[in-house]
Design a protein around this ligand. Structure first.
Ligand code: NAD
Length: 315
């Protein structure tokens, strides 16, 4: 049984904690947050308000870091230096030097380290990569990826609204789509971007050019209470592949329209179909399996994350 601890019991921990709790071969034994009230709803775990004390007191195999971005690298290295495997929320850092630092710490201590870049484990996005790799519908011609929402005034200590601590829209939100592009298509040849920024809002429109195709993107924290939405639309030579309002649809040139990610067996062609699943649980399962099998978590390549940081810094 793998013993797990999680630090940073804020917004995103609400996706990680149920995933750990649902696993048969892992036990979430401890939580740490400087605000004790954050942990009250998890009476099954031991609670700590001091990270060092938790590391001293607990014998854990894996640490899951859900802290604000600016704390990720140092907390990860501290745990790895104690021989603990680390799964860390995105982004690893606002600085590419930290990617090297965590990579070296993992190597030196013989432990696994992975950044939880969740779109790499999201069935709808995984299918786009497969269609692109296999040229199922011919070449990719264009893509559109959007991730829109309003200013995150709710974060602890307003850290998300502080550029030095969160990196604002590029590193907090747009990173998801840029990470997917780098993972699926590699490094773009050219980026053209426009940004509308005020103290209480941040909007980016950027075009990423590749050989033979381009991806247009939008990411926002609007000042108005605009609801969160994420979507994509990819134009292949022989099909349009869209994920809109949470539903993925393939519109084939020959008139066939179908959903490749479904709980409906009748829809599953057994070809490129995947079941609907929780991407956060998928990434956590993947990392835990890598630890169990003593395999590198190669699905989230650290050198790709350096490319992502370089691209986001240029916006
Ligand atoms: N993958 C995703 O879809 C996704 C979504 C949201 C957030 N995130 C990432 O997750 C991270 C956390 O974001 P969030 O929205 O949960 O933030 P949050 O502000 O809601 O939570 C952060 C928590 O960390 C605690 N904390 C701060 N300093 C601490 C310390 N020194 N020791 C222990 N606890 C401490 C705070 O009290 C707070 O509860 C960010 O890096 C963010 O980019 C990822």
């Amino acid at each position: 049984m793998m013993k797990i601890a999680l630090v940073g019991v804020g917004g995103i921990s609400g996706a990680h904690i149920p995933a750990w709790n649902s696993m048969q071969d892992a036990e979430l034994v401890a939580l740490c947050d400087i605000r004790p009230e954050q942990m009250e709803k998890y009476p099954e775990q031991r609670h700590y308000t001091d990270f060092d004390q938790m590391l001293e007191a607990e014998q854990i195999d894996i640490l899951d870091i859900c802290l604000p971005t600016y704390l990720h690298a140092d907390f990860a290295i501290k745990a790895m230096n104690k021989g603990i495997h680390v799964l860390c929320e995105k982004p690893i850092s606002l600085n590419r030097e930290d990617v090297k630092r965590v990579g070296e710490a993992a190597k030196a201590n013989g432990v696994k380290f992975m950044v939880a870049q969740v779109l790499r484990f999201w069935p709808e996005y995984e299918i786009v990569k497969t269609l692109y790799d296999q040229k199922t519908y011919g070449k990719l011609l264009s893509g559109s990826m959007t991730r829109l929402g309003c200013y995150p005034k709710w974060s602890w200590d307003s850290w998300m609204m502080d550029e030095k601590r969160s990196g604002l829209v590029p590193f907090d939100l747009h990173i998801h789509d840029v990470d997917f592009m780098v993972y699926a298509f590699g490094k773009p040849n050219k980026v053209t971007d426009y940004r509308a920024r005020r103290p209480e809002q941040d909007y980016i429109n950027a075009v990423y050019e590749y050989d033979g195709f381009f991806i247009t993107t939008e990411a926002s924290w609007y000042a108005s209470p605009y609801p969160f939405s994420a979507a994509f639309r990819f134009q292949f030579e022989h099909a349009v592949v869209a994920w809109e309002k949470g539903e993925m649809t393939i519109y084939e040139e020959n008139g066939k329209i179908w959903n490749p990610v479904s709980t409906d067996a009748a829809n599953d062609t057994g070809n490129i179909g995947l079941p609907k699943s929780d991407a956060y649980a998928n990434e956590i399962r993947y990392f835990a399996d890598c630890v169990k099998k003593d395999e590198e978590p190669a699905k989230v390549d650290l050198s790709e994350l350096e490319t992502v940081i370089d691209l986001l810094k240029s916006l």
